[in-house]
Design a protein around this ligand. Structure first.
Ligand code: GDP
Length: 479
């Protein structure tokens, strides 16, 4: 069947003129509105450096979905997956190391635990899995890729330092992801530790301890001496019980890639977290745009295992290439399907990368939300040079909300726009407003890569005016 040059250009995210030029070079004279046949379209697509995908490209994904339906077995209880966040130097790594060192049953490789991106521990109250990369970037990157991995966030706050900017940032991230928090008040072995001060400071972020009448568990501990660490594990198990985490245990596995690398001797290595079903040695799987047959599985002690069930991290050998962290994986019936899906995804991903860079502008997002929903929402991340401006902006912008539109400041703070701000904006499709502050280099990379809408201002009135304009434009009325 035929396609117009304009349509083809659009599919390839190229200018019509570029396709016309490429056709001309191939000896085909066509204008933008003219149609070209299928074979010519494939040729010019490849000439332009793209991979041609047949129109029935969705078939393999459809077959995959049919498979996915087969694997939804009976729901059983599963362990919680925990991410540790908090301000720099408050003890995230120390806590992860302490738990790893003392709580992982030593494996056959002499009990030497390896860093594979995640680990699980067995306590008398049940199994707990920890993502082994502390910090916000990992958490938000995973979210940006659409992976909801974390069930519980442990927020580490040093008792001698109190609530700091990244503490607040972590709270914002957890809240916007809808993940419950447990606070680990760390370094209580230090003479100047003041846990009460931490609890008081957290009130400002609306994180209220149980002994203050709130519902956030707070555990005092020391990642250095280990005091209180068991209490933290108990608190996690308790929170997990409340969450009633469930997944089918039997049947084909599906989950998410946590970490990946190309190992000189072993080839592509990926640590995956199984989210449902049971991953077994010998399984065929699709993993992002990679595929393969599981040649071997290793746990965090470096021991070979035969299988891994829900919430259990495991290292996979046997993939065709290195998948990205945040990619999903799913086990399929045979190699052919695995390969088909992986290849089609690869082609699609290339296409969508080009398109993504153009998306995400404030107006587009507003338009996308459509007329169907009752109240439109505009998410904003507001950074300012001084606290007063930040507060004034936040209040003024929020008060622009009415029945038809809600202006939602999902993140705000004093200081330059950081990578973490940009990640939050990317995942929440928010517009970033910099008031007398600018984005640093790593933030700019995220902003450009995700097509985040970033706007700089130095007059408060201008910010309000522009946000008003966008909102009015969409609603078709003055606000
Ligand atoms: P991160 O940046 O949050 O990962 O913090 P680290 O785990 O690297 O810890 C920062 C510093 O605090 C290191 O020098 C640790 O040894 C120290 N530290 C961490 N936890 C404790 C603790 O409970 N007590 C004491 N005294 N020092 C700690």
């Amino acid at each position: 069947e035929a396609i117009t040059v304009a349509d083809l250009a659009q599919k390839l995210a190229l200018k019509g003129g570029d396709v016309v030029k490429a056709l001309f070079k191939m000896g085909v004279m066509a204008t933008i509105t003219q149609s070209i046949d299928h074979d010519t379209a494939v040729l010019v697509t490849e000439e332009l450096g793209h991979k041609a995908v047949r129109a029935d490209a969705d078939d393999a994904e459809t077959e995959l979905l049919a498979h996915a339906e087969e694997i939804t077995g009976e729901q059983e209880q599963r362990p919680p997956v925990v991410t540790i966040m908090g301000h720099v130097d408050h003890g995230k790594t120390s806590l992860l190391d302490y738990i790893r060192r003392t709580k992982i049953a030593s494996g056959e490789a002499g009990g030497i635990t390896q860093h594979i991106g995640a680990y699980h521990v067995e306590t008398d109250k049940g199994v707990i899995s920890f993502l082994d990369t502390p910090g916000h970037a990992a958490f938000t990157q995973m979210r940006a890729r659409g992976a909801k991995l974390t069930d519980i966030v442990v927020l580490v706050v040093a008792a001698d330092d109190g609530v700091m900017p990244q503490t607040k940032e972590a709270i914002q991230h957890a809240k916007s992801a809808g993940v419950p928090l447990i606070v680990a008040i760390n370094k209580i072995d230090k003479s100047d530790a003041d846990p009460m001060r931490v609890k008081n400071e957290l009130l400002e972020s609306e994180v209220v301890a149980e002994d203050f009448g709130g519902d956030t568990q707070m555990v005092e501990l020391s990642a250095k001496t280990g005091a209180g660490v068991d209490d933290l594990l108990d608190a996690i198990s308790l929170q997990a019980e409340v969450l009633e985490l469930k997944a089918p245990v039997n049947g084909r596995a599906a989950g998410v890639v946590i970490e990946s690398a190309l190992d000189k001797g072993r080839g592509p290595v990926a640590t995956v977290l199984v989210q449902q079903g049971t991953l077994e040695k010998g399984d065929y799987l699709v993993c992002g745009v990679q595929y393969g047959r599981v040649r071997a599985l290793f746990d965090e002690t470096g021991s070979q295992v035969q299988s891994a069930g829900p919430s259990i991290p495991v290292q996979v050998l046997g993939l065709s290439g290195v998948p990205d962290a945040g990619d999903d994986f799913v086990v399929v019936a045979d190699e052919r399907l695995a390969k088909d899906v992986a290849q089609q995804r690869d082609a699609k991903r290339r296409e969508s990368r080009l398109v993504a860079a153009a998306g995400n502008r404030m107006e587009d997002i507003m338009a996308q939300m459509g007329a169907g929903s009752e109240q439109q929402v505009l998410n904003l991340v507001v950074k300012a040079d001084v606290h007063g401006s930040m507060q004034a902006l936040r209040d003024a912008l929020t008060s622009l909300s009415n029945d038809q539109i809600r202006i939602n400041v999902i993140g705000s703070g004093v200081g330059g726009i950081t990578e973490s701000d940009a990640q939050l904006a990317a995942t929440s499709k928010a517009t970033v407003i910099g008031f007398n502050v600018r984005a640093d280099a790593s933030a700019r990379k995220v902003i450009e890569g995700n097509g985040v809408d970033l706007r700089y201002f130095s007059i408060i009135y201008d910010v309000i005016d522009q946000v008003k304009q966008v909102a009015s434009g969409l609603l078709g009325v003055e606000i």
